[in-house]
Ligand binder design. Structure first.
Ligand code: FES
Length: 198
């Protein structure tokens, strides 16, 4: 049990992502004083480029987009298999409440994966309750971090602040204080492995 939790911690890495546009130059300036920070409108327009092939199967990497942390997970076939079979546990299994940003690529077939390529899930790393960063705990079944975790929990994320649970596609579990699935953001592949977010 402990080994599984430790493994999930090891699997959370902080990745090097390239910011496109003016933000990259500002980020290189040290020391980082207030007057040199990018303006809010510049930050809001910034795009992040990332090579998903740098994320090993089973890993989660945290990158930055517009000042926000973003999870990139590389799901094995075994983890993709965990996406099915528990729609009745989910508040919004088809991601119909908040996902207008992804409508252009979210087909009925890949809706449960919430990603263009099923193996690579890219979501904002912020609990939709009050914004804490959820912890990646992809192994199925009850774990030792709280009585609120149901025995049949399918694996995914656990928010340490107030106990919200999300499945392996970051869809929120019923009974969680979080109202929505973890947010997606606009992104596209510009090569087989390069994504541009924003
Ligand atoms: S911030 Fe995640 S459950 Fe409250």
């Amino acid at each position: 049990m402990t080994d599984q939790v430790d493994q999930s911690r090891r699997n959370m890495l902080f990745g090097a992502a390239g910011l496109l546009g003016g933000v990259a130059a500002a980020a290189a300036a040290v020391p980082f004083v207030g007057s040199m920070l990018p303006a809010a409108d510049t930050l809001a327009a910034a795009k992040t480029e990332f090579d998903v092939s740098t994320v090993e199967e089973g890993q989660l990497v945290v990158i930055q987009w517009q000042g926000k942390p973003v999870f990139v997970t590389h799901r094995s076939q075994a983890l993709l298999d965990e996406v099915d079979g528990h729609d009745d546990m989910l508040k919004d299994p088809n991601s119909e409440a908040i996902e207008e940003v992804s409508a252009e690529w979210m087909t009925p077939e890949n809706r449960k994966y919430r990603s263009i390529k099923p193996e690579y899930l890219i979501v904002v790393a912020s609990c939709t309750h009050l914004g804490c960063i959820p912890m990646y705990k992809p192994t199925k079944g009850r774990k030792d971090w709280g009585d609120s975790v149901p025995e049949d929990w399918p694996g995914g994320w656990h928010c340490p602040c107030h106990g919200s649970l999300y499945d392996i596609s970051a869809r929120v579990i019923k009974g969680s204080p979080a109202p929505h699935n973890l947010h997606l953001m606009p992104y596209k592949y510009t090569s087989d492995t390069t994504v541009v977010i924003g």
